[in-house]
Design a protein around this ligand. Structure first.
Ligand code: DGT
Ligand code: CA
Ligand code: CA
Ligand code: ZN
Length: 577
């Protein structure tokens, strides 16, 4: 993402929060929030735009455009600076707790004079919150949970999307330096883990100094933590650590294998080496006695000399991949290129940022064979969807479909799974959609039994073909709902309902472990971007990475199928209904 866009997004979002805390106009707060998201998702660099150009961004009106211009020229926005000083810093600390909204934070400050997380914890333990209007035991529980989530998110791990952006920029810069024979990222990022502790970059070159120097001078570098001949570590302006190692080209494969990890996987491969009287290190695979090099240049050779096929990095977690490889049963996992289309996307008809035409053009540019538009259904009231609007959209989708040669368009919707497992529209109306995704967007705190029944009912609906972001978790912010997912997976398999692997880096829902569990029930999956802007369409890769970590093969993922086969799946039990 462009840096200026990110900065402006953060500022406008902060302003929206400040308005909400100070009890300001809720519509105004919402307007700033929408503008913040629009800027964050905008494809062009806002620092290159003037007021007129800025106003072409959806949800950016004159007053917001003027504020952005002020920021771009002076580095600050005076209205925001003023509002900031009127609200105690401690209260701003409180609203960072994911389960505590700005309104409650203000009540805590005004009624109990609480202005830090520590004071809040004390007050909860002394049961002082219970006398406040709108607070109860359940609220206390939620707040405690929120604080623990916040502290966990603060363990320094970062979402894969943010880490990938930085890693790819560094790889691009280092690859251009003379003498660079190879350059890539390794570690948890290459294994496509959902969060990344630090970024590990590897270079193969005879001389390391130019690369170490370049990393120190990288535009995002805030501090050089360690500087050496073999390894340099920096911290970025966002607090992310990057380790760079320069390897002699002859030990590229060994270094790549070692620094890709995981540690648990490496322990297994090293044990295998020892059993064959060999020694495996980041420099190569050697004969233990003579020290002679057996293999070192490529990963393939190293695995081969250990008696193994090359193992894709997302499988290298010591979850049985070595045993499977030895039995010759390593799955042929899903590849990026297998994805033929996206089955969950939004437009500006609801909370998307781009028009139908722009989204479709961007999808076509990705080479998809089909693409579904699934805007929100009416029960998500904020989105103001109506029958007329969605039917008018369908007409435009049909027209666009006729004009697109290579890509077929499906008209769908993202239904809301209501508290009882019901969905937005009656069957007669649902019949008109090519595809219905159904997701939970409210009532997250029902009992386990109610949540389970609700999800199972949604699966049993003959019009619901895909369950969107099944657990509704937001990584580091909100845990998934507490349903009996084994029952849900069983229902999906029984009813022919696919489970989504939502590729948004904040969601990655289902997670790798949930996928491994669901897979045992014979469930089918759909890897979807849930794009709300053009810039979200490429998130697909994180969904594919997560599917790979869940050992999924192509035939288990419905959006790798040819359209005819997909349509048959989407029709589900409708023939009987
Ligand atoms: P992260 O950074 O926490 O997201 O996870 P990784 O897997 O990237 O871990 P990191 O950065 O500490 O180390 C990168 C790789 O280097 C790791 O996956 C395996 C390898 N490695 C690091 N330390 C050890 C070790 O003590 N033993 C072995 N066998 N491998 C190690
Ligand atoms: Ca790492
Ligand atoms: Ca590391
Ligand atoms: Zn959704």
């Amino acid at each position: 993402m462009v840096r200026a866009n990110e900065e402006v997004e953060a500022l406008l979002q902060e302003y929206a929060d400040l308005i909400a805390i100070s009890g300001g106009d809720a519509f105004k707060a919402r307007a700033y929030e929408k503008a913040a998201r629009a800027i964050g998702g905008y494809h062009a660099d806002v620092s290159k735009l003037d007021a007129k150009g800025l106003r072409e961004i959806p949800n950016v009106g004159k007053s917001i455009a003027d504020k952005i211009v002020e920021y771009l020229s002076s580095g600050q926005i005076s209205t925001i600076e003023e509002t900031r000083t009127s609200i105690p810093a401690g209260v701003r600390e409180l609203i960072a707790i994911p389960t505590l909204g700005p309104k409650k934070a203000m009540v805590l400050y005004e009624e109990l004079n609480i202005s830090s997380v520590d004071q809040l914890l004390d007050a909860i333990h002394e049961e002082r919150l219970r006398d406040l209007k709108g607070f109860g035991e359940k609220t206390e529980e939620n707040i405690l949970h929120g604080i623990s989530l916040m502290q966990k998110a603060g363990d320094g791990r970062i979402l894969i999307g943010a880490a990938m952006d930085v890693a790819e920029q560094i790889v691009a810069e280092l690859s251009g330096i003379p003498g660079c024979e190879r350059c890539t990222y390794a570690g948890s990022l290459r294994r496509m883990r959902e969060t990344i502790g630090d970024i590990d970059i590897l270079v193969a070159a005879e001389e390391s100094a130019p690369f170490m120097a370049a990393l120190g001078g990288f535009s995002h570098t805030a501090e050089v933590v360690a500087h050496g001949e073999k390894k340099t570590s920096i911290r970025t302006t966002k607090g992310l650590q990057v380790d760079l190692r320069v390897l002699p080209p002859v030990s590229w494969g060994a270094g790549l294998q070692y620094f890709t990890g995981s540690k648990a996987h490496n322990i297994r491969t090293r044990e295998m080496a020892v059993r064959s009287k060999l020694k495996l290190s980041e420099y190569g695979l050697f004969d233990a006695e003579s020290g002679r090099t057996i293999a070192s240049e490529t990963e393939e050779e190293i695995y081969a000399r250990l008696g193994l096929p090359w193992i894709p990095p997302p499988l290298r977690e010591d979850r049985g991949e070595i045993a499977a490889a030895l039995r010759g049963e390593l799955p042929a996992i899903l590849a990026d290129g297998d994805i033929k289309g996206d089955l969950h996307t939004h437009t500006d008809l609801t909370d998307g940022l781009a028009s139908l035409e722009d989204m479709v053009a961007a999808a076509a540019a990705r080479g998809y064979a089909y693409y579904a538009i699934t805007d929100h259904a009416p029960n998500l009231y904020m989105q103001r969807m109506t029958d007329e609007k969605i039917l008018a959209q369908r007409e435009r989708v049909r027209e666009l479909d006729r004009s697109h040669r290579g890509m077929r368009l499906l008209h769908g919707t993202e239904l809301n799974i209501g508290p009882e497992g019901d969905v937005d529209w009656p069957d007669d109306f649902l019949k008109g959609f090519d595809l219905c995704v159904a997701s939970v967007h409210s009532h997250f705190n029902q009992s386990r039994q109610a949540l389970t029944r609700r999800m199972v009912r949604a699966c049993e609906n003959p019009y619901v073909a895909v369950i969107g972001h099944p657990t509704t978790r937001l990584i580091g912010k909100r845990p998934g709902i507490d349903a009996d997912f084994d029952a849900v997976f069983e229902a999906c398999a029984r009813t022919g309902t696919a489970l989504e692997i939502n590729a948004h880096p904040e969601r990655l829902d289902l997670s790798d472990e949930d996928i491994l569990r669901a897979k045992r029930y014979g469930v089918k999956f759909a890897v979807n971007s849930d794009a709300h802007s053009i810039t979200h369409l490429p998130y697909m890769r994180y969904g594919v990475g997560t599917a790979q970590r869940g050992w999924l093969t192509k035939d288990e993922v419905i959006n790798t199928w040819p359209l005819t086969k997909l349509r048959r799946f989407l029709r589900k039990g409708r023939a009987r209904a």
